[in-house]
Ligand binder design. Structure first.
Ligand code: SF4
Length: 278
């Protein structure tokens, strides 16, 4: 009986035989929403086709998409149907929270009738082996680096091992060199890596430690996306809003370190307008 160990939770669910993992994933990929075209917060990704998967292997308490990450929203797609979704996309396919469906995506790819471009939009809670497998079809890794502090990782995501897991995963993602192109007068990242960090309320020291770690390990050439769009989801912690001063302190720290390519969100992005309806 084949068991699933595709993510660091390593729960071993026999998904091919009908079991459901801790992530909420069964054998086939569950898609909660497809948005085409979808404009990213990072303009260098251009216009994409976003495929939002249901379930999640990390499961943060403050998840902005909690209706799909923890609720059962969405429909199951057979491998063939998933391949058709990929072939029908107008732009690069943005796989949103794909880690727990890596096996389903791998099964669908040989069924595709054309060569597709993929963005692997992940929480960073990925095994090195999973990143290696994803590298076989991924053009751009768009990963979070959420926590450098294990206690916060445990409290908000039940994953005290997150810091080390994410560092190892990003180390593997960084092996793809950044490759840029021009489209419609815009600079587009064709291949490579973007590291996102969402600043959370009452967690400034964690954010500073994450930014320091990124600069120290991967240099200030890496594309950094610093996000302020946290909004309490009414379900889990944190239940307070991010303060402007907290975001300012972290953003100024990133500027001081000298990151060359990156994005800062306007503070007014801390609004549910950035959360798609499911
Ligand atoms: S991907 Fe899901 S089923 Fe597989 S190990 Fe992780 S939590 Fe378990």
């Amino acid at each position: 009986m084949k068991r699933c160990y595709d993510c660091p939770r390593g729960c071993g669910a026999a998904r091919d035989d009908g079991a459901v993992g801790i992530c909420g994933g069964a054998k086939h990929a569950r898609i909660a929403k497809i948005i085409d075209p979808f404009e990213y917060e990072e303009p260098c990704l251009g216009s994409v086709t976003a495929v939002f998967f249901g379930g999640c292997s990390l499961g943060c308490s403050y998840c902005q998409n909690h209706k799909i990450s923890r609720g059962g929203a969405g429909e199951e797609y057979s491998d063939d149907a998933l391949a058709k979704v990929f072939d029908g996309a107008r732009g690069a396919i943005d796989l949103v929270t794909p880690s727990h469906y890596l096996s389903a995506i791998e099964r669908a790819l040989p069924l595709c009738k054309r060569d597709n471009s993929f963005i692997y939009n992940t929480s960073g809670y990925d095994t090195v082996d999973a990143v290696r497998r994803a590298s076989a079809f991924t053009d751009v890794f768009l990963t979070d680096y959420k926590y450098a502090d294990s206690d916060i990782a445990h409290r908000l995501s039940r994953a005290s091992d997150y810091p080390q897991i994410a560092v190892n995963a990003i180390e593997q993602m960084r092996k793809t060199c950044d490759e840029w192109t021009e489209h419609g007068g815009k600079r587009i990242l064709k291949r490579g890596l973007i590291i996102r960090h969402l600043v959370l309320p009452d967690c400034v020291q964690n954010s500073i430690a994450v930014i320091d770690d990124i600069a120290r390990r991967w240099g200030t050439d890496v594309v950094l996306s610093l996000m302020s769009q946290f909004t309490p989801n009414g379900v889990g912690e944190p239940s307070v809003r991010l303060r402007k001063i907290e975001y300012k302190v972290v953003a100024e720290h990133a500027v001081k370190l000298g990151f060359k390519t990156g994005y800062f969100q306007e503070f007014c992005s801390a609004s549910s307008a950035y959360t798609p309806e499911f």
